[in-house]
Design a protein around this ligand. Structure first.
Ligand code: TPP
Length: 328
């Protein structure tokens, strides 16, 4: 298995951007939970705990690269350029929602062609062969783009994981697979999903590079994905990165993790908040002060609240448009 030896490969400015994007994702996530409790929004599939690997992996891409994320990928979309107002248009299912024109669960099923995000689906693992297909097209066209495909540990138990990764490996496609391993597929713990919990070890079976990283260690994640993207772009084929993270919230707002995770485990998960860890790292380097970091979060919180209030007032989709873009 390959390991990465590089430590921090980013500049101060890059790291401060990563920090701000994580704070934006948390602010939107927290606001959505409030909106759901108030009965104003339908649903949250929280990214809390996953933000570190999500921002680092996406920031390692270039503007012409493709992102094929799973449904728990708010921070990835933010790095690609999704604004808070756009996200809230989707949360309130408004006509101007650029993700699905108000047709789908917030963050659940969408694409955003202008940001090269395509296509998110609720059907677990279905997007992995699609990512291989996009990378295959890139190779045939010789356009030099790399595709980043993200998914959870549960997705690796699906046939599409094998089909997509194997195809990408055989054709040495420019794709980086990132498994955000939070140890749960809804309520099913990893010990009931697979006999070997080291997902990156499967890379050897496909003849590609594989490595396991701590998905809450932002500089490490950034370096590892940069390396994998460079390998993909230079024709060395796919990499399977397993980023271990802790899911801080329930699977979605429809789930109650208190029924299947102990209080001790939930307290441990909260101790692995990547935003806290990365803020401490930045403060240690004197690249931000603790007060400065708190101000960034407070500003994001205000912006998320304003974006929600604004979006709620925007026009609803028209009934006569209900079948627009519906093919069958
Ligand atoms: C094909 C399919 N089977 C089952 C489901 C129900 N389902 C939705 S999310 C999920 C868990 C997926 O877990 P994982 O891949 O680890 O990602 P996580 O949600 O933990 O990030 C399941 C089983 C589904 N959406 N699609």
């Amino acid at each position: 298995m390959a390991t990465t030896t590089r430590a921090d490969t980013g500049t101060r400015e890059e790291y401060l951007n990563l920090h701000r994007w994580m704070c934006m994702a948390k602010a939107l996530d927290d606001r959505m939970h409030i909106l759901v409790k108030q009965g104003r929004a339908p649903f949250v599939g929280s990214s809390r705990g996953h933000e570190g690997i999500q921002v680092a992996a996406t920031a390692a891409l270039g503007p012409d690269d493709w992102l094929v994320p799973h449904y728990r990928a708010l921070a990835n979309a933010i790095v690609r350029g999704l604004t808070m107002k756009e996200w809230m248009l989707a949360v309130f299912a408004k006509a101007g929602d650029p993700l699905s024109a108000g047709r789908n669960l917030p963050g659940g099923c969408y694409s955003y062609h202008a940001l090269k995000i395509a296509p998110v689906s609720q059907v677990v693992a279905s997007w992995i062969p699609k990512a291989a297909g996009i990378a295959y097209a890139a190779k045939l066209r010789g356009d030099g783009s790399v595709t980043l495909c993200t998914f959870g540990d549960g997705a690796t138990s699906m046939g599409e994981f094998h089909e997509g990764v194997n195809f990408a490996a055989v054709h040495r496609l420019p794709v980086v697979f990132v498994c955000e391993n939070n140890s749960y597929a809804i309520s099913v713990p990893i010990r009931l999903q697979m006999a070997n919990p080291n997902i990156a070890e499967r890379a050897a079976g496909y003849g590609i590079s594989g490595l396991t990283i701590d998905g809450t260690d932002v500089p490490k994640c950034y370096a590892a994905v940069q390396e994998a993207v460079a390998r993909a772009r230079s024709g060395e084929g796919p990499t399977l990165i397993e980023a271990k993270v802790w899911r801080i919230n329930s699977h979605t707002s429809e789930d109650n993790q208190g029924k299947y995770r102990t209080k001790e485990e939930l307290a441990e998960a909260a101790r692995h908040d990547p935003i806290v860890r990365f803020t401490d790292w930045l403060v240690e380097r004197r690249w931000i002060t603790a007060e400065g970091a708190a101000e960034v979060q407070a500003t994001c919180d205000r912006e998320a609240s304003d974006a929600a209030d604004w979006a709620e007032q925007q026009p609803d989709p028209l009934p006569e448009d209900a079948l627009k873009n519906v093919f069958a």
